[in-house]
Ligand binder design. Structure first.
Ligand code: ATP
Length: 279
């Protein structure tokens, strides 16, 4: 199996001249970023990571290793303390022309509004004309399997359906990059597997770039084209594992390559967790 350690990643990046043109495939580039929060927490040590167009990258690692911090920096919601994030080579998302949308663990739907109205919210805020927004809402609901539920209210939906609504609300903005922070972490295993299957199919049919934070090795191995393993205190990348199998049907979950990847990542996660300094 091909595997790159953090040392390799840094070594490659150190060789990149400061003004070199970005390669066309890189959509997100964390270039020697470091993050220390205002209270002094050193969340991320200097680290570099490139996400290529069409990647499905999972960030996996023990609690507190900085997965969400990195995701928020990709979303432009947190500034690095050192280094910089580049979006398709530009220093702001706006200049890059790239759009991203974020999905969180909580669906955070407006309880008083229908599913369709919830999904339409970002378009209403952008003042998109109703004829266009209705069409886009219809398409987004169909993409997540909720075509018939536009008139329902959140309280009438299961947890999985509420999360599908939240994903539709992200898709309706037609993002290039979908940033997902443990979106299925609160769901039961069966529902989570269904959503994983549907998300993988959605990714394959749309060519979206996805950055996905999870604690689940099984979920990361099922979904991803690449798993980035992080360790904590301070947060850093310890391995970068490509997963090349293209068949991610239910049979994949029972296949030898799936077990092999899970075993490898489990060993890496244990090693990453061992590095936590409890003093
Ligand atoms: N706004 C903040 N202010 C201060 N410290 C923060 C802030 N956000 C996160 N941290 C700290 O930074 C470190 C990394 O947090 P982060 O949430 O990025 O990790 P994580 O890997 O996503 O964790 P988890 O898996 O538990 O969600 C943790 O020690 C956390 O307590």
């Amino acid at each position: 199996m091909l595997m790159k350690t953090s040392t390799d990643t840094l070594a490659v990046d150190e060789q990149v001249p400061a003004l070199q043109m970005p390669d066309a495939k890189t959509v997100l580039h964390a270039n020697k970023v470091e993050k220390t929060y205002g209270n002094g927490t050193h969340a991320l040590a200097r680290m570099s990571l490139r996400i290529q167009r069409g990647d499905f990258v999972s960030l996996l690692g023990p609690s507190g290793c900085g997965k969400s911090t990195l995701l928020k920096m990709f979303a432009g919601l947190e500034e690095p303390s050192h280094g910089h994030i580049r979006w398709a080579g530009a220093d702001t998302p706006a200049k890059s022309g790239l759009t991203s949308a974020m999905v969180f663990q909580e669906a955070t739907l407006m309880p008083w509004a229908t599913v369709a109205a919830n999904v339409r919210l970002p378009l209403d805020l952008q003042k998109v004309p109703r004829v266009e927004s209705d069409a886009r809402v219809g398409k987004a609901l169909a993409q997540v399997g909720l075509a018939k539920f536009g008139h329902a209210y959140p309280r009438e939906l299961s947890g999985g359906m509420q999360m599908r609504t939240s994903i539709a609300r992200a898709l309706v903005t037609q993002p290039d990059v979908l940033l997902m922070d443990e979106p299925f972490g609160a769901l039961d295993e069966f529902t989570r597997n269904r959503l994983d299957t549907d998300l993988r199919a959605l990714w394959q049919s749309t060519g979206l770039t996805v950055v996905f934070v999870t604690h689940s090795i099984y979920e990361a191995v099922f979904l991803s084209s690449r798993v980035v393993m992080m360790a904590a205190r301070p947060g850093r990348i310890v391995a970068d594992v490509p997963l090349e199998e293209t068949d991610r049907s239910e049979a994949y979950r029972l296949s030898p390559p799936f077990s092999e990847h899970c075993r490898t990542l489990s060993g890496l996660l244990m090693a990453a967790s061992d590095t936590i300094d409890l003093h």
